[in-house]
Ligand binder design. Structure first.
Ligand SMILES: C[S@@+](CC[C@H](N)C(=O)[O-])C[C@H]1O[C@@H](n2cnc3c(N)ncnc32)[C@H](O)[C@@H]1O
Length: 179
């Protein structure tokens, strides 16, 4: 089962930082790939730099048509759209987890930057809220992924990592590979 994140929209300069955080949060919490609908060299390079240093196979893609991407994904996947208007995460998470474990399908999470087109709601198998208050796509993504994976992806280790952190009670414990 693979987890992918589809980020709808990116408002240039204004979203550079948050789009980078969306990608890094996706990677750190167990997603295999992030898909953007807009090109941004700065975001792409920032993510690639992290993957190069911290390891793993996290993929970055920009698509022309997110609708075609999501429709194709549904051949062997379940689409969950995160929105403050959606169903209660506390009530629906068990159903989503069972749905995916029974069918062994992949998971595509859709998150917005600004107003999300109606088609995203229609295309999604689940429209899910992380509370009904407006907050941030980074927070919604992190809470969803942590609950979906039950924390199992948080301490993933990568053989090809050049930097590794060992959890420590009292000091920074960092391994850095020399060139
Ligand atoms: C700046 S917010 C826009 C809020 C928007 N009105 C909405 O539909 O959620 C950008 C993205 O954050 C996510 N988001 C914000 N609050 C959320 C919440 N309470 N539950 C789930 N997702 C949320 C959604 O993916 C949304 O598209």
């Amino acid at each position: 089962m693979a987890i992918e994140i589809l980020r709808l929209g990116h408002r240039g300069e204004r979203d550079k930082r948050i789009s980078t955080h969306v990608a890094l949060t996706s990677r750190a919490l167990g997603a295999e790939k992030i898909i953007f609908t807009e090109e941004d060299k700065h975001v792409k390079e920032s993510v690639e730099r992290i993957v190069e240093a911290w390891g793993g196979e996290f993929k970055f893609e920009v698509v022309k048509s997110w609708r075609s991407y999501a429709k194709r994904f549904k051949d062997n996947g379940i689409v969950v759209h995160l929105t403050m208007y959606g169903e209660n995460i506390n009530k629906i998470m068990t159903e989503i987890r069972e749905d995916i474990s029974k069918t062994n399908k992949n998971l595509l999470l859709i998150i917005g930057a600004e107003k999300v087109p109606r088609e995203a709601y229609d295309l999604a198998d689940y429209n899910l809220s992380v509370g009904n208050q407006p907050h941030s796509e980074v927070a919604a993504l992190a809470i969803f992924l942590d609950r979906f994976t039950e924390g199992k992806t948080l301490y993933s280790e990568y053989d090809d990592a050049k930097i590794k952190v060992t959890p420590s009670k009292s000091e920074k414990c960092v391994f850095v590979e020399k060139d």
